[in-house]
Design a protein around this ligand. Structure first.
Ligand code: AMP
Ligand code: FE
Ligand code: FE
Ligand code: ZN
Length: 302
């Protein structure tokens, strides 16, 4: 397991908005972050955030622990998730991430989809470990040793097993080499159609925001026409301020959001020690949080 985020080294974030410091996209050990939900909230509070959203991949299992910690730390919590989806673009479809905020975690349609995704993520991880074990000294037990029970499994955990086996230095190196799509070890996984996912999030009372829509270094991104289709299906916003977006991409996405009447968010996509992203490195305006809170089924916990 990579190290915890060291609390002593966190620098207080500047208050860009008088209404607070709001980071709406972070991960805990319920998926591929390296801090437990409770510790993630503590890290956020120490860094000076006033509002944090917990958005683990395809799960809400970290919510309860995060809520307890948020109450102790005196920080507001937006309960969310990052839903894996596939946009039906030309060719093979494009993987997209849909942030869902303040939805009913028990709503059957959305829950069935995320359960199916999580199950298939496990089969896919088994398949990838099988393929990797032909060339690297890793086993299924080695992968499980990098996770908590119930974690949404992803390539970052396979990366951690490869680090523990001495095959790579860190997650970054694993992603740049062995775990890249296109290698003989890469296997995809099930994810719902993106338009259907937007509808399912709305049906569950959630507020759907498209995560890092212009992150082209990760692979293909969806065309504007697909974002329009998602907007027609009920998309509420675009995550514009994200480290994987160039200044040019941010301008373009901000304009598109304006044209489509979508909210604009900014977030860190913090994964603890598992990625370079620093908590609060991008933030969301307080009036945007207010709009999300107004549309969501659940309350923001304060
Ligand atoms: P998966 O969904 O299992 O295919 O894995 C993709 C996940 O890996 C994304 O959610 C990213 O957060 C994470 N990821 C992508 N690139 C890196 C990297 N260089 N280091 C650590 N995590 C990464
Ligand atoms: Fe992730
Ligand atoms: Fe993402
Ligand atoms: Zn994320």
């Amino acid at each position: 397991m990579p190290h915890l985020t060291p609390l002593g080294t966190l620098r207080r974030l500047p208050h860009l908005y008088p209404g607070g410091v709001i980071d709406l996209h972070t991960h805990s050990t319920a998926s591929d972050g390296t801090d437990s939900p409770a510790r993630l909230v503590e890290v956020a509070a120490r860094a000076g955030l006033t509002t944090l959203a917990l958005t683990d991949h395809d799960t809400t299992s970290g919510w309860a622990e995060a809520a307890g910690s948020a109450a102790r730390q005196g920080i507001a919590l937006v309960r969310g998730a990052e839903i894996s989806a596939i946009a039906a673009t030309r060719g093979w479809g494009t993987g997209v991430h849909l942030l869902a905020y303040l939805h009913d975690p028990a709503h059957p349609d959305l829950l069935a989809e995320t359960e199916r995704t999580r199950d298939d993520r496990e089969s896919r991880a088994r398949r990838m470990v099988d393929l990797l074990s032909e060339d690297y000294p890793i086993t299924w037990a080695d992968l499980l040793a990098q996770t908590q029970p119930g974690t949404t499994l992803g390539r970052p955990h396979i990366a951690d097993a490869l680090v523990a086996a001495g095959a790579v230095r860190d997650r970054d190196e694993a992603f740049a080499t062995i775990l890249r799509p296109g290698t003989r070890y890469y296997v995809g996984h099930y994810a719902p159609d993106a338009v259907a996912a937007v509808r399912a999030v709305r049906a569950a009372g959630g507020v759907p925001v498209l995560a890092h829509p212009g992150a082209d270094a990760r692979g293909r991104v969806v065309p504007d026409s697909m974002i329009e289709e998602l907007a027609d299906a009920g998309l509420a916003g675009l995550e514009v301020d994200h480290r994987d977006h160039t200044p040019d991409t941010r301008r373009r996405l901000r304009d598109l959001a304006g044209a489509l009447g979508l909210l604009v968010t900014g977030s860190s996509d913090f994964h603890g020690a598992g990625k370079q992203n620093r908590i609060g490195e991008n933030t969301t305006a307080p009036e945007v949080l207010d709009a999300i809170a107004e549309q969501g089924y659940l309350e923001v916990l304060r």
